[in-house]
Every structure is written in C-alpha cells, then in structure tokens.
Design a protein around this ligand. Structure first.
Ligand SMILES: Nc1ncnc2c1ncn2[C@@H]1O[C@H](COP(=O)(O)OP(=O)(O)OP(=O)(O)O)[C@@H](O)[C@H]1O
Ligand SMILES: [Mg+2]
Length: 339
C-alpha cells in the first residue's frame, strides 16, 4: 500500500476568534513520491495550507500527519529539516552569497566544511548554475530564474523527502518557467521526492501534477487527476477555473501519461513514440502525421511505459464526430505549430 508522505484530516484554520475559516475542513492524502499541485484563486487558502503543513501555523482544528506521525508530536526543527520550502520571491538572504544561502541548513546541522562545500557544488550543478561562476554572487546579482534555482538548491540541501513549493515560478517569464518546470519534474523523479506545488496557472498545475487539488474559499473542490478534473469536473467552479471549452486546449494541458495503457507488445516496430511528459496534443499530432494505429509512450531514458491507440484516444470525452474532429484537430495542430 502506498505510504502517505502527508495526510490532512479535517484541517481548519482561522486567524481571529471571530473571523471565518480560511482553510475549511480539508482532508487530503499525498502519497510518497507523488507530485501534487494546488490550484485556486487568490485568497483561497493555498499559502495557509502550505504553512500549516510546514508548521509555520498551528491548525485551529484537525490533524496533519507526516509519514504517519502527527506533526504536533514531532520536534519542530527536526521536522522542518525534512521539508524543503520554496517560495515565489525565492526568499534568499540578500546579504549572503549564493554559496552561503545554499549552506544555511548544512551549517545549522554542523556539517564540516568539506561536506558542506561538496554538497553546495553538487546542488548548484544540479540546478544548472556552474559553482565557479555563481557561488560568490549575491542574490541581487542574479536573474529571477537564477534566484529561483538557488532557492531550489537551498531547499534540497539536507535532502528532505518532501518539498513544499508556493508559486515558485510565478514571477518568471514563460521560457524560464518551462525550463524550471522540466527541471523540477526531473529532480522529483530522480530523487524520489514528494512535492506539493502551489500555482495560479492551470497549465502548470496539470503539466506538473499527477493529481491536482482545486481550492476555493478554503475548501477543496476537487482532488483528482488532471484528466478527471478536465473531463469530469466536480462542480461549476472547477469547470470554470479550468475553463477551457476548447477540446484542443484540453489536449494541450494533459500529458501523454494521463491516458497511457499497458502495451500488449504487438505494436508495429516503427510506431511513433512520445515522451510521457509530452502533451496529448503531441500524441494527436503523431496520429495525424503518421496515420499509425498506436503511439508508444516512453520515459526519459527511452524505456517503454505503454501505448495509446487511436481507439483509446477517441474515447476522450467531448470529441466531435471523428472525421470533423480529425480535420479540426489537424488545423489546430498546424495553427499551434505556426503560432
Ligand atoms: N496571517 C494572517 N492573518 C490573518 N489573515 C490571514 C493571514 N494569512 C492569510 N490570511 C487570510 O487568509 C486567506 C487565505 O490567504 P492565503 O495567503 O492562504 O491565500 P492564497 O490562496 O495563498 O492566495 P494567493 O494566491 O493570493 O497567494 C486570505 O483571505 C488572507 O487574507
Ligand atoms: Mg499564496
């Protein structure tokens, strides 16, 4: 059975005695090694939820468990060290160099100089900041994207099993954002982290999250896979927040992995393939440009995860009559490519 890295049971939070709950009776389970995104309008309680998990706030009622242990019973300092926390403005200490920022937790843990140094170098390389170039810079001498990279490196320093990320890429331009999205996905897979990631952006939520929590007014509206949220929204609010009535738009935000099926091993040897992280629009593109009966889905290393047949693809709800659909989708794909 899957272990839950984090579990919330009926968690509520209110700040003043007479004010209302800003987090309201929230119950969720976040399995170990999963990537869960939190999507919601401004003021819906996303940051409060993260801070409750991180014990920056104490819940008014309800319980939070970390790998099965009630966090109220854990030593706060020890507990926080097992959780990396990344926020939007990177939260770097302005008067410290990149190296000193990344070394904050190792220093607290009294690692010796050599171990700290090599960890800092390792982490800076991991987030693609050559140590020789960046170590001695101050945060003000970095671009927004570089600052976020340092923030991620710092959060990873003591090798926490869980990362809480609160709109970490919100202030970045689209290209930098895409790069960092790809990198955080890679880090999550490679080091088997559990990540809870807050965002305003539907595309980001669905691109990164295996499952997404949709919040409104402190309450969870739906906690489900991107596929189910798009095609089976729990209520009108969810329908509106993911708002795309356009079928092609939906394909654009869903990953191939969202509908991959086990391979039966009889696919044509020359069948086209996509990466698990590619979108369903890429899958459609393969169908339309190759006329293949199935598209193979592979992982980053090229290992076969499964396949998507045209018949399976056609079962995606909301699709018009197949011929019209093929034509319309083809034009859309071409439009996307040109646009
Ligand atoms: N320390 C606090 N004291 C009193 N009220 C607070 C405090 N922190 C947050 N709130 C209120 O709680 C509600 C939820 O705030 P929160 O920061 O969790 O929202 P959010 O979903 O993260 O919003 P955003 O997308 O703008 O970051 C808001 O109404 C906010 O005003
Ligand atoms: Mg917030």
């Amino acid at each position: 059975m899957a272990v839950n890295a984090i579990e919330l049971k009926n968690v509520s939070m209110r700040f003043g005695k007479d004010s209302k709950d800003v987090v309201k009776n929230v119950s969720i389970k976040i399995p170990e090694n999963s990537f869960v995104t939190v999507l919601g309008t401004s003021g819906s309680g996303k940051t409060t939820l993260i801070k409750l998990i991180n014990r920056l706030y104490e819940a008014t009622s309800g319980e939070i468990f970390f790998f099965g242990k009630n966090i109220r019973e854990l030593n706060v300092e020890n507990y926080r060290r097992q959780i990396g926390y990344v926020i939007q403005q990177s939260g770097l200490f302005p008067h410290m160099t990149v190296e000193q920022n990344v070394a904050v937790i190792p220093k607290m843990l009294k690692w010796d100089e050599k171990r700290t140094q090599s960890r800092v170098d390792e982490l800076l390389k991991l987030v693609r900041l050559p140590p020789a170039v960046f170590k001695n810079r101050f945060p003000s001498q970095l671009s927004g994207g570089q600052q976020q990279r340092v923030g991620i490196a710092r959060a990873l320093a003591a090798n926490p099993s869980v990362l809480l990320m609160d709109e970490p890429f919100g202030a970045l331009d689209a290209i930098t954002r895409q790069k960092l999205q790809a990198e955080i996905l890679e880090i999550q897979k490679r080091f088997r982290k559990t990540i809870l990631f807050v965002t305003h952006d539907v595309h980001e939520a669905f691109k990164l999250g295996e499952r997404t929590v949709i919040m409104k007014g402190g309450e969870i509206q739906q906690y489900d896979t991107p596929y189910n949220i798009l095609f089976h929204p729990a209520n009108e609010f969810v329908r509106r927040i993911v708002s795309s009535e356009n079928f092609v738009e939906k394909l654009r935000v869903l990953r191939a992995s969202s509908i991959v099926h086990p391979s039966d091993g009889i696919e044509a040897p020359d069948a086209p393939s996509v990466n698990a992280g590619d979108t369903l629009l890429d899958v459609l593109d393969q169908f339309l440009t190759t006329n293949a009966a199935a598209v193979l889905v592979t992982d980053k290393q090229g290992g076969l995860l499964g396949r998507i047949t045209w018949e399976q693809f056609r079962l995606i709800p909301g699709r018009p009559d197949s011929e019209i659909y093929r034509g319309a989708a083809l034009r859309a794909v071409k439009g996307v490519r040109q646009g």
